[in-house]
Design a protein around this ligand. Structure first.
Ligand SMILES: Cc1cc2nc3c(=O)[nH]c(=O)nc-3n(C[C@H](O)[C@H](O)[C@H](O)COP(=O)(O)OP(=O)(O)OC[C@H]3O[C@@H](n4cnc5c(N)ncnc54)[C@H](O)[C@@H]3O)c2cc1C
Length: 361
């Protein structure tokens, strides 16, 4: 990844972030930039024409830096890019030749991928084996109108079956149900799959593959990297503002600066450690615990940064639509992802089971 491409993308996406911060916010220009700079194709493995970001072990650092960079610029765009990287990884791991060829050709042609796992509780997605038709809907479908192909899960006795499906039918999309204070432009609404016919070759892997470790929970380092980017942006904004106001020499403010700096760096070290361990060739299932722990550290670090920034800037941190206010709003919502108590419990279970120090995991 060239530094100039990284910096210019961060500047361009960051400059549009405030304008997109509403329910009809349009991230098309941002996704176009990622496309033309080659960042969507970079998530493909090298042997498929990509740079292995998130798919090859030696692409891990670039993947992490890309997610952080976009997270600093606009967390909503980072959410979509993370879904794309996650989907490319799942196809790399589990697709047969035909599905891999079709999906990766689409990405080389500019397609944006997503992973839509959350069922609409009133109408969970099911696949009728006789007719090959889907029933039900997905919710929290980030990227409505922009994601061209999504990986969706269908529950089954032997575990969830993944499918790769086209998602560009506006009639099936409903972004109006996404009424959140933050991450507004992700348009994470609802997509109705009722009657959608699935061809056999659209099945991605076997039932239960989705939950295989260290890739399932292990993969959450990706959204932690996006969270980290937002925390870094808040820290930078605090430092700039304190210097500009002539308050950076005040000992109370210096304590806040130090606490926030330590928190962002702690999260960066943990996320890097988790990403490298999980994405290493032949990584063992237990390494997923490092991502689960990194998630806990990242959430705590982000909350420390948000609290210190708010106290450091006072009312200035609450000016509606200002970068600090918007990023804080986006980050506190994105930190909800997903089921944090269950993730901590899973990490604890590994800690109880393994017979070694974390250092050797
Ligand atoms: C910005 C954003 C984008 C998203 N995009 C996508 C997407 O593209 N695709 C997708 O599939 N999903 C997406 N999601 C959804 C996400 O993966 C989770 O499904 C969602 O964050 C869970 O929402 P919740 O906080 O309401 O969950 P809840 O499960 O209600 O969690 C709230 C709290 O309750 C706790 N809790 C959970 N279950 C229990 C229980 N049984 N008993 C007691 N406590 C419990 C949790 O640990 C947590 O502390 C997105 C979420 C966000 C915030």
């Amino acid at each position: 990844m060239s530094l100039s491409s990284r910096d210019s993308l961060e500047t361009a996406i960051g400059a549009r972030a405030a304008g997109a911060d509403h329910a009809r916010g349009d991230l098309a220009a941002d996704i176009d930039d990622l496309r033309t700079q080659g960042w969507l194709a970079a998530c493909l493995p090298r042997d498929a024409g990509g740079s292995g970001w998130g798919t090859d072990a030696d692409g891990t650092q670039n993947a992490l830096d890309a997610l952080r960079t976009i997270g600093r610029a606009n967390l909503s765009v980072a959410r979509l890019f993370e879904g794309h990287m996650n989907a490319a990884k799942l196809v790399t791991l589990y697709a047969d030749e035909q599905l891999r060829h079709e999906t990766f050709s689409a990405v080389r042609g500019g397609a944006l991928l997503g992973v839509w796992g959350a069922d609409d509780p009133s109408e969970p997605l099911t696949l009728d084996a006789a007719s090959n038709r889907l029933r039900g809907a997905k919710r929290f479908t980030s990227g409505l109108g922009l994601v061209n192909h999504a990986i969706v899960s269908v529950a089954g006795e032997d575990g969830p079956q993944l499918l790769v499906v086209a998602t560009d039918d506006d009639q099936r999309s409903d972004a109006s149900v996404w009424q959140m204070g933050g991450m507004r432009a992700t348009r994470s609404g609802r997509y109705d799959f009722d009657g959608f016919v699935v061809e056999p070759h659209q099945k991605l892997g076997r039932p239960g593959d989705y939950l295989r470790e260290p890739f399932f929970e292990g993969g959450i380092w990706r959204y932690c990297a996006a969270h980290l980017g937002a925390a870094e942006a808040l820290y930078r904004a605090m430092r700039t503002e304190l210097v500009a106001r002539g308050r950076a020499g005040d000992p109370h403010q210096q304590r806040r600066l130090v606490d926030a700096a330590i928190s962002t760096e702690t999260a960066r070290l943990w996320v890097t450690r988790a990403a490298r361990a999980v994405e290493a060739d032949r990584a063992q299932p237990e390494t997923a615990a490092l991502s689960l722990l990194a998630r806990d550290v990242t959430e705590r670090s982000c909350r420390i940064v948000m609290e210190n920034v708010e106290q450091a800037l006072g009312m200035g941190a609450h000016i509606a639509g200002s970068p600090v206010e918007r990023i804080g709003r986006d980050l506190s919502l994105f930190l909800c992802q997903a089921a944090p108590d269950a993730k901590r419990a899973r990490a604890a279970q590994t800690l109880i089971t393994i017979d070694c120090e974390l250092e050797f995991l």
